[in-house]
Design a binder for this molecule. Structure first.
Ligand code: UDP
Length: 253
């Protein structure tokens, strides 16, 4: 087996050099962290499920014309993506109050927001990903005003589409985090959706019971963490490959 060059190890993924120039292999780990990595643990099978869930959502988004870095899934834990220059901003879209917005504004968890809200955080673990405004982003040169407009428009399209998709399988999309990258093609630069979309970076509640089916189960020690990730995959009609890869993805009604 040829050993690929490891480019970067993050909290939930390892990035390897891809087989062709301009490609990267994302390897999904079972490691979980919360509260800026102060809480650490393992969610058995999470990497396999997130690889599948992110493949599914990125593919669906690609089909409606949202440009993404996703190329194809390679195996249970790996997917091939385009190499992009990551914009160092975490883009959070919120529909319902939970997590940090509840704390910041004293809003009870579960309060619907008057409209979808987009927030930006500077991607910097040492600083604990501080919230930033467009002013900071443009003044420090992390992105141009045009980049921000593009990112906002894409984030809202993703929100509209995923809200409907999840509701269709009985899940409420409370909030989520996206990352974007710049893709350079000949003399053109395009902004594309990057990273992953999974229960690690979305809040998903059961539409009937409001049961949490995302990483909050790990953050808040609610138990049944693995089961929550499995439930999301099951509702989306995708389950990890069985031994020997016999099981084809099956749509659930
Ligand atoms: N989120 C994330 N990575 C981060 C911070 C937040 O994926 O570093 C996601 C989180 O899962 C949630 C949304 O972004 O779906 C909003 O998170 P929030 O600001 O409420 O922070 P948290 O409660 O996670 O500290």
């Amino acid at each position: 087996m040829t050993k690929r060059r490891r480019i970067y190890e993050g909290k939930a993924k390892v990035l390897f050099e891809g087989p062709e120039p301009g490609t990267i292999v994302q390897y999904f780990k079972d490691d979980a962290t919360a509260f800026n990595a102060q809480k650490k643990g393992t969610i058995t099978g999470k990497g396999v499920l997130n690889n599948r869930i992110s493949e599914y959502l990125m593919t669906k988004l690609g089909e409606i014309g949202v440009p993404t870095h996703f190329i194809r899934r390679l195996n249970m834990r790996e997917q091939l993506v385009r190499e992009v220059e990551i914009i160092p901003i975490e883009v959070v879209v919120r529909n319902v109050a939970a997590g940090s917005i509840s704390k910041r504004f004293g809003l009870a968890e579960g309060t619907p927001l008057p409209r979808s809200v987009v927030e930006f955080y500077y991607k910097n673990d040492q600083l604990g990903d501080p919230m930033v405004s467009e002013e900071h982003i443009t003044a420090f040169g992390w992105a141009s005003p045009q980049d921000i407009d593009e990112v906002m428009a894409l984030a809202l399209r993703v929100n509209d589409y995923l809200t409907g998709l999840f509701l269709g399988v009985g899940l409420r999309l409370i909030d989520f985090k996206l990352e974007f990258g710049r893709l350079f093609e000949e003399d053109r630069m395009r902004i594309v959706l990057a990273d992953e979309i999974s229960p690690d970076n979305c809040r998903l509640w059961d539409a009937r019971t409001n049961e949490k089916l995302d990483k909050d189960r790990f953050r808040q020690d609610l138990g049944k963490v693995e089961e929550a990730y499995q439930e999301v995959a099951k509702r989306l009609g995708i389950l990890p490959d069985g031994p020997g890869d016999h099981a084809a993805p099956k749509m659930m009604q």
